[in-house]
Design a protein around this ligand. Sequence first.
Ligand SMILES: [Zn+2]
Ligand SMILES: [Zn+2]
Length: 231
Amino acid sequence: VFRIFKKSRGESKDIIYVSLVQAIQRGGCPICRLVSEAEEHSLRSLLYEHVNDPHMRKKIVESMGFCPYHFWMLVDLALEDPALGGGLGPAIILEDLISRYLNGYRNPTSECFLCKQRREFDEIYTKSFAEKIKQTDLLDRYRDSRRSVLCRKHFNAVMDALANEEWRKRLEDVQCSKLAELLELLKRYIDKHDYRCREPITREEGEAWIRAVEFFAGYRYLLVPKRVRGF
Ligand SMILES: [Zn+2]
Ligand SMILES: [Zn+2]
């Protein structure tokens, strides 16, 4: 990784550009997907090897575990991936927390560290998306990947970060034509439910309503059951 960084220093098509392009190709909101992946990576590495790490444990104790969202994400992940040791990692963390609770430690003194980390990743990827639009062919790649649509929140954030009317207009045009296409797919999906219609529903049409939810709500990686993760 270091070599890649070194080689690409000063160039605009660096490792962040590559991550953004790959996320665009996978479909959905590229920023949501990258943030979710980073979040899942942090939780996995916590369960794999950092449950007993004093520094990590301190952070967890200070926030009295995690926020409800990340606590349940930890449960989902531990149950879903047997390689993570099942409930052992969470049990070690919770044994500590319950003992402290009984000893009078009842109020968290800091925020869930995964929420904090999530915000940081969000900011990095949003800023980078805007930067790479100005410096590289990222906007063309985004336009050309039909399944990729920035969610409402990340579209607004990238628009703010662009801080340039001309680039904002370009991104807005691309975004609106993506949404017009999504609208068309939704209409076709609805029309094809008419009993007189003999044409089968395509995969794209079948996915359209979930894509539309992602546009309004963003993506929640781990809370999507595995069988539909392809969306
Ligand atoms: Zn998003
Ligand atoms: Zn959290």
